[in-house]
Design a binder for this molecule. Structure first.
Ligand SMILES: C[S@@+](CC[C@H](N)C(=O)[O-])C[C@H]1O[C@@H](n2cnc3c(N)ncnc32)[C@H](O)[C@@H]1O
Length: 267
């Protein structure tokens, strides 16, 4: 369990950042919609299940899960996201305001966990995964997507030519995910990786989309103010290197989707 002051402050700021994006989120969430739907073939086809949507955001997928499963819980650390979800989604869903690093549910009480594009925000990730495995019943499943290293490499390398501050979060590698999920009592049963390249009119369009998703709190950022205009223009100049002949600005998202099983009989 993580209880340091710095961790709590960071989690609070990240939750605020997501909360302030709750109203714009659904229009900016083209990647989230794609990745969340793409998990559907892995969902169990039994209805009588207790399901946890970890990092439920505006509740778009929690709502979808509630059309199939009996008992659905949406958990998010952002009060703003939960407020939006409570107003708009299926009234039978139970909403919990909590951190994925400290899930207020009993051991072995959940049949499966669905989590779409949340784990890249969890630091330390191994700690959040231990919590997920703790609340999951033996034989239970985790279906998830996250982003791995290489994501937003165009933006990251363009900024790296300008300063050494953090402008893009640190994404984990596939090997790190395998190390955390393949334990004595859990195994990655299936996984898929794919690079998705989204198109933008310019770098401002990309920055606005990231902001609209609430993805703009960077825990290791040293300079908290806006980056100076000169730096911004220098970065956009470097981004030109990636611009396609038709003038489109690409941004790559390295999507990792996993199906994890909690073993019945750990050795
Ligand atoms: C990119 S959004 C995805 C939302 C939703 N799963 C979807 O597919 O639309 C990430 C969500 O995870 C939540 N989140 C991030 N870190 C979290 C944590 N440590 N504990 C709980 N929620 C977290 C954010 O508040 C945000 O709502």
């Amino acid at each position: 369990m993580i209880t340091t002051k710095v961790h709590k402050e960071n989690q609070f700021k990240m939750a605020e950042s997501f909360g302030s994006a709750s109203k714009s989120y659904d229009v900016s969430a083209r990647l989230q919609r794609f990745s969340g739907k793409h998990l559907m073939p892995w969902l169990p086809n039994k209805n009588d299940l207790r399901v946890l949507d970890l990092g439920s955001g505006t509740g778009f997928f929690t709502d979808l899960l509630a059309t199939t499963y009996k008992d659905v819980i949406g958990l998010d650390f952002s009060k703003g996201m939960l407020k939006f979800a409570k107003n708009c989604r299926n009234q039978n869903i139970q909403w919990i305001n909590a951190d994925a690093h400290k899930i207020p549910l009993q051991n072995e009480s959940i049949d499966f966990i669905y989590s779409n594009l949340v784990l890249q925000w969890c630091e330390p990730l191994d700690n959040a995964i231990k919590e997920m495995l703790r609340v999951l019943k033996p034989g239970g499943l985790i279906v998830f997507t996250t982003l791995v290293d290489g994501t937003l490499h165009e933006l990251k390398s363009s900024w790296a030519k300008v300063d050494d501050d953090q402008h893009v979060i640190d994404f984990k590698s596939e090997d790190q995910l395998a190390k955390y999920f393949n334990t004595d009592n859990s195994q990655i049963f299936e996984h898929k990786c794919q690079d998705i390249v989204l198109e933008y009119q310019n770098v401002i369009h990309l920055a606005r989309e990231l902001k609209g998703l609430g993805a703009n709190h960077l825990p290791k950022k040293k300079n908290r103010g806006l980056s100076g205009k000169d730096k911004w223009f220098a970065m956009t100049d470097h981004y030109q290197e990636f611009v396609e002949p038709n003038g489109i600005y690409p941004a790559t998202y390295c999507l990792y989707s996993g199906l994890v099983v909690k073993l019945n009989n750990p050795s």
